[in-house]
Design a protein around this ligand. Structure first.
Ligand code: M6R
Length: 612
């Protein structure tokens, strides 16, 4: 998840782009850069300034070495291929420096493309997937930039918002979109390109939203939208009335809701470039060899809060697919518990921030006892990632809301990928199973999208819960893991007491608290234990509970037992946590909203708990 900006008009491009990049910094902030077509010379050249670190570092460089020119592109990066560094920062150019690109997304087949370009004598200066695009455009250029871009992206598989500028055609910028977001801002004698509307909202309120599979050419007079394959598109102008605060949140009322809605894209990005159609998995930062994967005798997962709940799902995934004993431990417990960690084992430390003090301590302890340490984190260059033997980055982009949502989904997806990677080596996941799960993973973004499409039903269900004193969440197996996370979401932002427990545990105590009208939320996706969970539903119904169920859309039994059902698309039962959590995140959001709380910054909590 990176931020992109482009400008053509009468004003100096660099300061304007720098300002826009500051507004896009939430999309990534490990490095940034700007390129402009220098306007001082006859034979126009492209000048680039870029730097590792926050945008302020780039601002300092531009103060010392300003860029003069009225056509330019800029980028703020969230590293995927290649560490954050000056060389890996965008923009990237071809060897001649006459073609320059910025890119958000992942080019899945960049290895093959790079190999073939290297064989043709191209010289690369970065480790990024993006740089191949600059070389491809240069290779395809024969006097028409639009056609060169069209031909170049035909070679590329994956997701991209790609913006291309050339010294050969300095008055215009060409961009294409596949999956990653892109908008055009229409000003008076000036035109903008950006990853999202707020980045340029102070300059214009008129936008063209570029859709998947489209190409756009901007110049000072406006924009022309076409299909990548050819054919003009007539896109109506979108006039935006958002105020500054709404703009920062992309038009959503809260960052939490915005981040919930980003989940389809986050799932796509986390899978992108890592999973072949055949089910083969390639995890760029996971360096252990096949011999190690085959030798693992125990898997440890350690984490806190939402990341721990992701670990609960991980335990089921690893135990079921790999048949390796897997323990999931609260990091704050594990660090003082003298755990029986020995080699050969793999410890997966899960942390969105990569800075949670307890998780770091538990991870260090496991490593000191001979376990190999894998960091599953969202933040490139975080302490956890620096200390680990292997790194599996989620690609959720910066998460602003204290209540974690999109980072959780990305953690789940990353664990499926890790299980496939290890399972293939150990011979317990065959090609068919791997392909089946791979297909399921690729279908998830659309399925999450479908759940989001029914937010209204969730909002209605929230009204029934908003005045409750206590809410109980139940489920079995993976559904129990999801129930735990649903319950945490509800309590942390609505301040409503809630507990989650395995459905079978109810009758051992908690059932005493269930009386007429007590809300009980049941997650019901696991076919193997469906009837068993249903018995628990009957038990609470018999005590007068109001039952809200999360179940598959084609489940025809559930409606006769539950008072209300939040439906999710049918998936492989192993993958259902990714969709089943979405209505529960929305439920927590709507309950908190009805109760009038500060949703993004709940009381007493911090985004990152860096103290013990
Ligand atoms: O950054 P981490 O993933 O290590 O954070 C762990 C927990 O503090 C975090 O998941 C917390 O529980 C969430 N804010 C809950 O939404």
């Amino acid at each position: 998840m990176c931020g992109i900006l482009g400008y053509v008009g009468p004003r100096q491009a660099a300061p304007l782009i720098l300002d826009g990049l500051r507004r896009l910094e939430y999309r990534g902030y490990d490095s940034a850069g700007i390129a402009v077509v220098a306007d001082s010379v006859e034979d126009r050249v492209i000048d680039v300034r870029k730097a590792k670190g926050k945008i302020e570092r780039l601002a300092g460089i531009l103060d010392r070495e300003p860029l003069a020119g009225t056509v330019g592109i800029g980028h703020t990066r969230w590293a995927t291929h290649g560490v954050p560094s000056d060389a890996n920062a965008h923009p990237h150019t071809d060897a001649s420096g006459r073609f320059v690109v910025v890119h958000n997304g992942i080019i899945e087949n960049f290895h093959e493309l790079k190999r073939s370009l290297l064989a043709d004598g191209h010289v690369f200066t970065s480790e990024t997937d993006t740089e191949v695009l600059a070389h491809l455009v240069a290779e395809e250029y024969d006097g028409n930039l639009v056609e060169a871009v069209r031909r170049a992206v035909r070679h590329a598989a994956g997701a991209y918002a790609l913006v291309v500028m050339s010294a050969a055609e300095p008055e215009r910028i060409v961009a294409v979109r596949k999956v990653s977001p892109l908008v055009v801002g229409l000003g008076d004698g000036e035109t903008f390109l950006a990853s999202d509307i707020p980045a340029v909202l102070q300059h214009t309120r008129d936008f063209l939203v570029i859709e998947d599979g489209e190409l756009v050419v901007i110049d000072a007079a406006g924009a022309t939208v076409e299909l990548i394959g050819g054919g003009v598109v007539h896109r109506p102008v979108l006039h935006v009335d958002w105020d500054a605060e709404q703009a920062e949140k992309g038009g959503f009322e809260h960052f939490m809701l915005k981040e919930i809605y980003e989940q389809p894209a986050v799932v796509t990005e986390t899978v992108s470039g890592r999973l072949e159609a055949s089910g083969e998995v390639w995890l760029e930062g996971v360096g252990f060899d096949d011999a190690f994967a085959a030798s693992i005798e125990h898997l440890w997962i350690t984490a806190c809060g939402t990341a721990y709940h992701a670990g609960l799902v991980g335990r089921e995934i690893f135990s079921r697919l790999l048949r390796i004993p897997t323990s999931v431990e609260f990091a704050h417990e594990m660090r003082y518990a003298d755990p029986l960690v020995t080699a050969p084992s793999l410890t997966v430390a899960i942390s969105q921030s990569g800075e949670t003090a307890d998780t770091l301590a538990a991870a260090r302890l496991a490593r000191s006892r001979g376990s190999r340490l894998l960091a599953l984190t969202n933040v490139v260059g975080s302490t956890l990632s620096r200390e680990a033997d292997d790194i599996l980055y989620t690609r959720a982009g910066p998460e602003i809301s204290v209540a974690s949502t999109k980072a959780y989904s990305a953690m789940l997806v990353a664990q499926y990928l890790l299980a496939l990677r290890i399972g293939r080596v150990r011979g317990v996941v065959d090609a068919d199973l791997s392909e089946r799960i791979g297909r399921g993973l690729h279908a998830l973004p659309g399925q999450v999208e479908a759940v989001l499409g029914d937010e209204e039903s969730v909002a209605k269900a929230a009204i029934q819960i908003a005045d409750a004193q206590d809410v109980y969440f139940i489920g079995r197996g993976l559904d129990y893991a999801v129930a735990m996370e649903g319950s945490l979401k509800l309590k942390e932002i609505s301040y409503l007491h809630s507990e989650a427990m395995p459905a079978g545990e109810l009758k051992h105590g908690t059932l005493a608290l269930v009386t007429k009208g007590t809300p009980v939320i049941v997650v019901l996706t696991q076919g193997a234990v469906y009837d068993k969970t249903m018995s628990a539903v009957q038990e609470v119904k018999a005590r007068g509970a109001t039952v809200l169920a999360v179940g598959y859309e084609d489940d025809s039994s559930i409606g006769s037992f539950a008072d209300d059902v939040l439906r999710i698309p049918r998936t492989d039962d192993l993958l259902s946590p990714v969709t089943a959590i979405v209505p529960l995140q929305l439920l927590a959001y709507h309950v908190a909203r009805l109760r009038g709380h500060d949703i993004d910054q709940p009381r007493n909590l911090a985004k990152s708990v860096t103290v013990e």
